[in-house]
Design a protein around this ligand. Sequence first.
Ligand SMILES: Nc1ncnc2c1ncn2[C@@H]1O[C@H](COP(=O)(O)OP(=O)(O)OP(=O)(O)O)[C@@H](O)[C@H]1O
Length: 349
Amino acid sequence: MRDALWTALKTVNDPELHRDLVSLGMIERAEVEGRVAHVKVNLTTPACPLKGKIEGDVRAAVLSVPGIEDVAVTFGAMVRTGGQPALPGVKHVLLVGSGKGGVGKSSVAVNVAAALARDGARVGLMDADVYGPSVAHMLGEGGARVTANAERKMQPLTAHGLRFLSMANLSPAGQALVWRGPMLHSAIQQFLKDAAWGDLDYLIVDLPPGTGDVQLSLTQTIQVTGAVIVTTPQDVALIDAARAIDMFRKASVPVLGVVENMSYFVAPDTGLTYDLFGRGGSRKLGSLPMLGEVPIDVAARQDADAGLPTVLAHPESTAAQALTQVARNLAGRVSVQALSDLPEQLPVL
Ligand SMILES: Nc1ncnc2c1ncn2[C@@H]1O[C@H](COP(=O)(O)OP(=O)(O)OP(=O)(O)O)[C@@H](O)[C@H]1O
C-alpha cells in the first residue's frame, strides 16, 4: 500500500509551481499504519499562501487509495534557494522600493518582515532608507544602539521576532545624515557584509524612495532575489513607481510584485468604503503580480508610531490581514522564483 500512497502523492501538484510534490522533494514522510496514512509535507516557505489548498489536495489524493480510510497531514518548511545564497547564511535578499516618498514603503517592509517571522521564517530587516530611517522607530527601538560582537561585526538588534539594523541606531536621534555617494555605498556594504545577520531565510531591505545611489549600490553588490514595489493608486505615485520598476529591470532585478497601499478607506462609523486615491490604479503598472491592496487604517498608523507592527498589534484588522497576505504572496513568489529553475527530479528530503 506504501507504493500506492506514493503514486497517489505523485498526482498532487504544487498549485504555483505546477509540478508534483514528490518530484519537488516536498514529501518528507509518507507511511501507512493500519488504515491511516501519515504524510509530512515540507513546504518551500513557512509562510506558504497555499498551505490549505495543498492540504486539501493531499487529503483527497491519499483517501482515493483503496484501503486507506484516514490521513494525518503535517507540515514542515524549508526555504530553498535557486542558486548560491545572496550572502553567507542569507537565503534571499528582498528589496522593498517605491517611486515616491511617503507611500508606506517602510510600513509595508516592517509588517511584511514581522508577518514572515510570525509564520516561522528567520527574518532580517535592513533599513537602507539612509535619509529617513524609520524602521527602528516603527519597531519601538528608536533609542537602541548597535554594538559590535567579538568578531568586531555589527550585531543586529532584535524586536518582534526579527533582526534589524538601521542607521537610526548608529547616529544620534534627530541628526541629519549628509552623505555623498561613496560614503553611502560603504555604509550599505557594511550593513550587508560587516553585520552578523546569522542564518536568515529572508533579509528584507527597506530602500529609500526613488532611483538613486543606494538602490544602485545594492543591486550591484549582491545577488538579490527580487524587489517589491509599494505604491499608492493615484497617477502621480504610479508615474514614479513605473520609473522604479524600470530601474530594477535595467539592473536585472526581478520585480516580484506590487503592493497597493492606502488603496481605499472604510469609515469606521458607517462601514462605507471610499476609494480616496482610486483603488486598483496600480494595475496600470502592467502585468506584474499584485501582492495585495492595503486600506488606509488609523490603527496601522498609530501602531507604527507606538513601535508595534500592526500585523502583530491588530492581527484581525483588514489592513493587518492584507499585509499578512502580502507577506505570504511574496514568500510564494520567492519560492516560485527559486524552484522554477531546478532540474526535473529532486531528491526526496
Ligand atoms: N495603510 C496605511 N494606513 C494608514 N497610515 C499608513 C498606512 N501606510 C502607511 N501609513 C502611515 O503613513 C506614513 C508614511 O509611511 P511610511 O513611513 O511607511 O512611508 P515611506 O514610503 O516609507 O516614506 P519615506 O519615503 O519617508 O521613506 C506613516 O505615518 C505611516 O504610519
